[in-house]
Design a protein around this ligand. Sequence first.
Ligand code: AGP
Length: 367
Amino acid sequence: DAYDAGEHDSFMHKEMLEQPAAAERVLRGRLDERFGTAHLGGLNMDARETRAIRRVKILGCGSAYYVGQMGASLVEELARIPADAEAASEFRYRNPIIEPDTLYVAVSQSGETIDTLLAVQEIRRKGGRVIGLVNVVGSAIARECDGGIYLHAGPEVAVASTKALTNMFLGFALLALQLGRVRDLSIADGRRLIAGLQRLPGQIEEVLAQEDALAELAGRLAEAESLFFVGRVRGFPVAREGAQKFKEISYRHAEAYQTSELKHGPLALISPEVPTVAIVPEDELTDRNVGALHEIDARRGPLVVVTHDGVDLGGLAAERIVVPRNERELDPILLTVPLQLLAYHAALRLGHDIDKPRNLAKSVTVE
Ligand code: AGP
């Protein structure tokens, strides 16, 4: 029964472990290795319309908004189209300028989030084109959009979203690939990304296999009243999502920051009582990231670094969580999965209700 947590203590645990299979499903039948592209028939756009897009604007709430930020990076990196994400709850109140050559993307697990739905209606009222990245088939947002990509994550019951978010990321990767291949993205790069996408389900499995070590680490993090999650550029939405998950179910104060901004204020809060979880993939910014983390180390702030094997942390006194390497553009999702396990095990240690955290609903259908 898909609605039964089975041998798991919670739906969140079941849903985290379902991620490799869910990831396979969202990719299935949508990758074209021959032409190095993706096929997304549900977008309802022909090649001419796809080429005419000059900007991409992504709207979602909470974690869907943070994955939207990851999606905006994918679109900019692969398709070289200016893209950004905005909280759907804010969008309609600033009388947004709706442009005919902008592709609006609404992203939602439930497809029922009122703020995202009202943003879609506002865009359509003003003549904009909106597509949906939605998990629940036939939901209100899916019905209101001009087209879209179903996420095929399967039913998600836990308030803390996991497998749907992973599939949102993959949905954005498919979209970015398709937009990229009618522009400047080469066939070789398209194939490189397809190969990377095909490796992801197995690599997510590898991260999930680290659960015991992550549980032990989470037990220690759960003792802190307050934590930072930091990252830069591709790593910043990862940090935001990591902090979000941690606060939702552990009820600890978890604040996300750009690593580069620490010195402009929050460094004042670093102490041996305030741990920092830092996202440090091997990429163009590794050295700068490590440099900034030395500022934390010097103030005896405990550090957990989510990184790749062999990254030189320059003697930092840090605990390492190592995730597999993939194509750099796809790093964010592999960096996100261990943060789900940290939040889950911290909440478990603290004895909280994992699936139904206080004050929160699975989908927010009233303003
Ligand atoms: C995720 O863990 C949260 N429960 C929450 O931020 C959620 O992502 C948000 O409310 C959006 O929900 P949706 O994807 O169903 O629109």
